[in-house]
Write a protein that binds this ligand. Structure first.
Ligand code: GDP
Ligand code: MG
Length: 401
């Protein structure tokens, strides 16, 4: 499963964001280091379900489907706050960073209202510049990668040179715990202009440049500009977007999303995550404070920004940052069912440009081994091993007995 980690300093709203996306029971408070143990739970990305193209209702094995909108599971990780100097072990930094090794992507949650200082303490809103957080975090996680690579570099690089091993291959294996790919390693070498034949000659500065580059490519990051509901945050958002044009920056209000999800959960409102509106189901069940809270969210978040931004962050991380697509394997292309007649049971998140044969391997190793071909849904024509799947596509995979 795709693993998305929420990172950032303390008090920016990571646990609130995490709870809103997973509705898991984590402690939420205004204290430093509230989240001590790393928390894993299931969140969901949102996609149009192909059930809308046929007459029957889908029956997901994982996740759920609401009115033709499919919610596909991803794994979420909530890490305790990182402080400047985390890579040197400050604030239990190294332990927290360790939890991030297996992540596919990061959502960097920042407090866009500027009311949390660099130590994660509450301050008067607008007095702290959230742009500093983007810089500090880039440095921290870059230094973290550098520290990991530096540790055995002398021995490792000599080994590669003496045994005439391929650097790209060896590095990918040596640091497989960081979930890096050969193409990310070779791209980092290319970008830094270093010589892959002589890694033992790389200076410390070279290795650092390389580590930072590799981090950028292997742990991509979007920015969740959280607490956008706080009046005055808008100008901070604009400034941040101007300053970091290369980033995907999404305004969001984790607290609003959590409030809407909980109200929906209690049957007070009808709300689909990511929507720009909600309907009141039980007006009598709402007290004055709840009503005011919902009104606030409607006026200051939904109507202003089009959503609470939380669902958008997850979707952006998976579909825009990682460039994944969702594809649906079935055993019967006419009814979109599996062998047991279950409609569209599986929705798989896979890299874009995936070929039919590679996709078969994701469904089942045996399917790839005995692969024959496939049938597409739109045209009901035969497709071959090299056929590239597109987003939202349903395919039947044909394989031998
Ligand atoms: N106004 C506002 N406050 C928020 C939002 N999200 C979280 N908070 C508050 O920020 C504080 C820290 O939240 P928490 O999720 O524990 O932060 P963490 O330390 O990053 O995990 C709490 O008081 C939350 O209620 C938001 O979207 N808007
Ligand atoms: Mg927390």
């Amino acid at each position: 499963m795709v693993l998305i980690a929420m990172i950032g300093k303390t008090n920016t709203g990571k646990s609130t964001f995490f709870k809103a996306t997973t509705l898991a029971n984590v402690e939420i408070s205004n204290r430093v280091f509230t989240t001590i143990k790393p928390n894993h739970a299931m969140g969901f990305v949102k996609a149009e379900c192909p059930e809308t193209k046929i007459g029957s209702k889908c029956n997901p094995n994982h996740g759920y489907c609401k009115d033709g909108i499919r919610f596909i599971p991803v794994e979420m990780l909530d890490v305790a706050g990182l402080v400047p100097g985390a890579h040197e072990g400050k604030g239990l930094g190294l332990q927290f960073l360790d939890d991030l090794r297996q992540a596919d992507a990061f959502i960097h949650v920042i407090d866009i209202s500027g009311s949390t200082n660099d130590q994660g303490e509450s301050v008067e809103k607008g007095t702290y510049d959230p742009a500093k957080d983007v810089e500090f975090l880039e440095t921290e996680i870059g230094e973290w990668f550098f520290g990991l690579l530096k540790k055995n570099w002398a021995k490792f690089s000599k080994d590669v040179e003496m045994q005439k091993k391929k650097l790209v291959e060896s590095l990918t294996i040596q640091f497989s715990g960081l979930k890096i790919t050969e193409s990310q390693v070779s791209e980092s070498i290319r970008k830094t202009g270093l010589n892959a034949e002589t890694p033992a000659q790389w200076s410390e500065k070279d290795l650092k440049k390389f580590s930072f580059e590799l981090r950028k490519l292997s742990k991509k990051m979007i920015i969740a500009a959280n607490k956008i509901d706080v009046p005055g945050s808008e100008k901070n958002l604009k400034r941040l977007k101007d300053k970091f044009p290369g980033y995907i920056i999404i305004p969001c209000s984790a607290e609003s999303e959590l409030a809407l999800k909980e109200a929906d959960h209690h049957g007070l409102i009808e709300y689909t995550p990511g929507d720009n509106e909600f309907g009141i189901k039980n007006p009598e069940g709402l007290n004055k404070k709840q009503r005011q809270g919902l009104d606030f969210v409607k006026k200051n978040v939904l109507e202003k920004y089009g959503s609470t931004g939380v669902q958008e962050c997850l979707n952006a991380a998976v579909f825009r940052l990682l460039k994944y697509i969702v594809a649906y394997p079935v055993a019967n292309i006419n009814h979109l069912t599996n062998k047991k007649g279950k409609v569209l049971p599986d929705a798989l998140l896979v890299p874009d440009k995936i070929t039919l044969k590679e996709f078969a391997g994701k469904v089942h190793t045996e399917m790839a081994e005995k692969f024959i071909g496939g049938i597409d849904f739109e045209k009901k024509r035969k497709i071959g091993a090299d056929y590239q799947l597109s987003n939202g596509e349903v395919v039947e995979i044909l394989f031998g007995k």
